[in-house]
Design a protein around this ligand. Sequence first.
Ligand SMILES: [Ca+2]
Length: 400
Amino acid sequence: MEEEGKQKPKKRNDKRNGKSKRKRKSKSRLSFLFAWDCFSPRRNNWGNRRMATLGVPDVVPSPAQDSQTLKKAFQGTSLSSSLVFSFWVLCLIRSKMGWGTDEKAIIKVLGRRNAGQRRKIKETYQQLYNESLIHALQSELSGDFGKAVILWTSDPPERDARLANEALKSRRKGINQVQVIVELACAYSPHHLVAVRQAYCSLFDCSLEEDIILYVDLPVRKILVGLVRSYRYDKEVVDSDVAEAEAAMLHEAIEAKQLDHDNVVLILGTRNIFQLKLTFECYKQNYGNHIDQPFHFKQNFQQDVESCGNGILESVLRVVIWCIDSPEKHFAEVIRASIVGLGTDEDSLTRAIVSRAEIDMVKIRGEYYEVNKTSLEDAVIGDTSGDYKAFLMTLLGATL
Ligand SMILES: [Ca+2]
């Protein structure tokens, strides 16, 4: 779990001209920011317990107790409750049918522990049984349920490095795959992105950037490399002059239909999230009027990007803007798209719920209801079943 942003906004001195150039957001100059201030990433973009749906019990067993419960669940607790059968019959059934894993107990333990608690359980399990918990889960669980539990139990940087690798090596390179990389670069803290890049190097013996260059074609490659290379400043420091100038640059790129222009890549890949939100707002204020729109309707940067075409580049930039401006909108859409119509895209559904349950799932749930007029929980219940459904619902706050 990533730490809640606790740092207060601060001034930064620009030594080039000897005076404070960058300014802390002030209500008088930037009053239009107030409307979204309550959704500010400073408070919850990168993790906030109040925005998590994960339900940790008031009294949490020790990591050793949890490890024992899990070990017992792998061996099958049904032995003790099925004394009516003789022991050898159970052994026979178990050996023939693989019967004996208590999935509910696994969900009850792992599905109700936060990232720090899960890490301690993993360490303790390794010490007690000289066996990796992840390996044990891999050998005991299967299907979408197994995948979801393993992703949830993995360290977040390693989890996301594996997700990125899977997306890059996928034969399909549609927006569903590419957006996994965009999420990493734009919807998480800069520290998390660096940790994912480090994990990627250790796991796959090459850098994330190298694999993007290898597997993704231009012009999307240029955008993705620019985004994952970034290490954004993570505090709320904005400069309205920079926002005005860079909104103009974005507008020039839109006018020229050059969405992969160097300026676009530089702005989106280097500026802090707060600065970019201000730039998007300046864009809307300065360039949002369109002849064919009612006078009170101002088009924003994302809508202008979409009006440039419907190719992969436009889709990628739309995801970039959403992940920066309001990640909950993006993840609500990922969940909607994974559920809508016949069948389910379980990988996307799992990724969205597993990776955001501890960050902003409450906001995602609200956004989902707003757009789809149905609850996120009902949608998940309607499209999933068995232990997989029970696990996702537990991460969404339901109790078994
Ligand atoms: Ca469906």
